[in-house]
Ligand binder design. Structure first.
Ligand code: ZN
Length: 185
């Protein structure tokens, strides 16, 4: 099942998401639906709050970037109850987009390296370190679980310049190729 995507203006995107119990009912279906939603919208990452679920889960698949960064060939993962242990390395800038902020792309600066603990879809715990594009996606998706959007990392001037476009998103005056849930009717 493809979920409609929650967009800017929806209060859920600003809420800290809740931890997931191992026997959470329907967890397998939720993960399956998140994959389906992510692929159908051409996203490389998707967090549960983006599909209306206040749960600490995100999915990533950046295997398509393996041509440029060979180590991405296995970078398809489900992160449940993730916890960032450490951010390190030099900050670098990448032009980011987000399914919850259709038609907006901005340069965002983040540290290169992220060490993260998480459970996979079988509730096996991992403690891994990522950098480059993988580390970037993880930080972006993790932010969603904390109620943070990439625009929060911009200067107040940049944010002010985006204000009317953000307002348009909240009122559904955007037409992405995927289905969205309009926050303000
Ligand atoms: Zn996002």
């Amino acid at each position: 099942m493809i979920y409609p995507v929650t967009v800017y203006g929806d209060a859920l995107l600003r809420k800290k998401a809740q931890p997931v119990e191992k026997d959470y009912e329907g967890l397998g279906d939720i993960i399956e639906n998140m994959w389906e939603t992510m692929y159908s919208s051409d996203g490389v990452g998707l967090a549960a709050p983006q599909v209306g679920l206040s749960l600490r889960i995100f999915t990533v698949d950046a295997t398509s970037g393996a041509d440029e960064e060979p180590e991405l060939k296995d970078f398809k993962k489900v992160f449940i109850n993730p916890q960032i242990i450490e951010l390190s390395g030099d900050e670098w800038i990448m032009n980011e987009g987000c399914l919850s902020l259709p038609e907006i792309r901005e340069d965002v600066s983040r540290p290169d390296v992220v060490r993260i603990k998480y459970f996979d879809e079988n509730f096996v715990e991992h403690d891994e370190t990522f950098h480059g594009y993988a580390g970037r996606i993880i930080q972006h998706e993790y932010d969603h679980l904390e109620g943070v959007l990439f625009i929060d990392h911009l200067s107040s001037l940049r944010k002010r310049l985006l204000r009317s476009r953000l307002n348009n998103i909240a009122h559904g005056k955007v037409q992405p190729r995927y289905k969205i849930k309009v926050p303000v009717k």
